[in-house]
Design a protein around this ligand. Structure first.
Ligand code: NAD
Length: 356
């Protein structure tokens, strides 16, 4: 298989963690006989420094011309003083929009080797945590009208939460597609006892899911879901929900799996082009010191193979290599535990590459 991957290293630890993920992809390509061609483009602070804007047109073109995109992280104190639309983070929102990405996937997977890093009790963790939250990314209350006005002598603020049927239908289809590649269980999360948007969400979700009889499908109210994620996370396989509920639940779900440096993410739209990135930021406090944990970015590369290129065995190879490196007791500083061996970003990348 020949695939073009555009690489956006970004700022801070971005270049370090992305460098390791690229080496892992090269090792997978060599082992399985694929040719991955990498094109590098600027985004965020480094793009501001070189081109005067966080998302140069050339970067958009390189991303749209690729089969998939791998991103590090953007931002840092150097650019904090810039006006809102000139800030590095604007590049992120811009590229998601330009690529038409409306589905955000965040796995919550606890490697058993890191069980002690989870804030949950051991007996809950032991049942296993391995689910994916699929969050609608470009609709709902974050994108509805926002107004603040004076009414009867006091200020009144209103945020509108619109959802159209097609927006619900397409995200439920993405989630169903992911469930088919996993344990075939899908939970749709809403607040249908109160919100009209949720009642429409539920109706459309049920209509779509009639086409997927092989998937075990159910609804759950968002408040109950927040409880169940800490009480019995083993029950979940794929969770699909709207933008704001997803924003909150994905942070909760990532917390229960330990270090922020370990967690990958994917953003998808129609078709197979996706944007894959770790959930952490540019960590300016440790940038350039070979201390960053590259595993979140390496696992993002595994998601790219699984969801954009349909290469399940190759994605498994990466995930197994990461597990084997952790089994060998190797840890970066953020996840260090007694009895383990402290390694840097590069050495962790080496350890994964060796185990592919
Ligand atoms: P951050 O995620 O960069 O860092 C939070 C803490 O976690 C820091 O102590 C950092 O050292 C640590 N950490 C993060 N990733 C790590 C890794 N891979 N290995 C080891 N430790 C790691 O969040 P922040 O400090 O709030 O933000 C720093 C900058 O990143 C800001 O400019 C912010 O706007 C930006 N940011 C970017 C993204 C993105 O690009 N998607 C996301 C969040 C924040």
């Amino acid at each position: 298989m020949d695939k073009k991957i555009t690489v956006l290293r970004g700022d801070g630890i971005g270049p370090e963690v992305v460098g390791e993920a690229v080496r892992v992809l090269e090792a997978v390509g060599k082992k399985f006989g694929h040719n991955f061609e990498f094109t590098y483009a600027d985004i965020g602070g480094c793009a501001i420094d070189r081109c005067g804007e966080p998302l140069p047109q050339k970067t958009i073109e390189d991303c749209l011309a690729a089969d998939s995109v791998l991103l590090g992280a953007v931002g840092g104190p150097k650019w904090d003083g810039l006006a809102g639309d000139k800030r590095p983070e604007k590049g992120l929102l811009g590229i998601r929009k330009a690529m038409g990405l409306y589905a955000n996937l965040r796995p919550a997977k606890l490697f058993p080797q890191l069980a002690d890093a989870s804030p949950l009790r051991r007996e809950i963790v032991e049942k296993g945590i391995d689910f994916v939250v699929v969050r609608e990314l470009i609709g709902g209350v974050y994108f509805g009208a926002h107004t603040t006005e004076e009414v009867n002598g006091e200020m009144v603020a209103t945020d509108v939460m619109p959802y159209a049927e097609h927006e619900i239908e397409r995200i439920v289809r993405v989630a169903a597609g992911i469930a088919l590649k996993r344990r075939k269980k899908l939970t749709s999360v809403d607040k249908a006892n109160v919100l009209d948007t949720s009642r429409l969400w539920r109706k459309v979700a049920h209509r779509v899911m009639e086409e997927y009889s092989e998937i075990e499908f159910s609804d759950m109210l968002v408040d109950n879901t927040a409880m169940q994620i800490v009480k019995n996370p083993a029950q979940f396989d794929v969770v699909v929900t709207e933008n704001m509920f997803g924003d909150i639940l994905t942070d909760e779900a990532s917390m229960i799996t330990g270090s922020i440096g370990m967690i990958p993410s994917a953003s998808l739209g129609d078709g197979t082009l996706g944007l894959y990135e770790p959930i952490h930021g540019s960590a300016p406090d440790i940038a350039g010191q070979d201390k960053a944990n590259p595993i979140g970015t390496i696992l993002s590369a595994a998601m790219m193979l699984r969801y954009s290129f349909d290469l399940a065995a190759e994605a498994d190879a990466i995930e197994n290599a990461v597990a084997a490196a952790l089994d060998a007791g190797l840890r970066t500083a953020d996840s260090m535990a007694p009895g383990c061996t402290l390694v840097g970003c590069r050495a962790m990348g080496d350890a994964v590459v060796q185990r592919i």
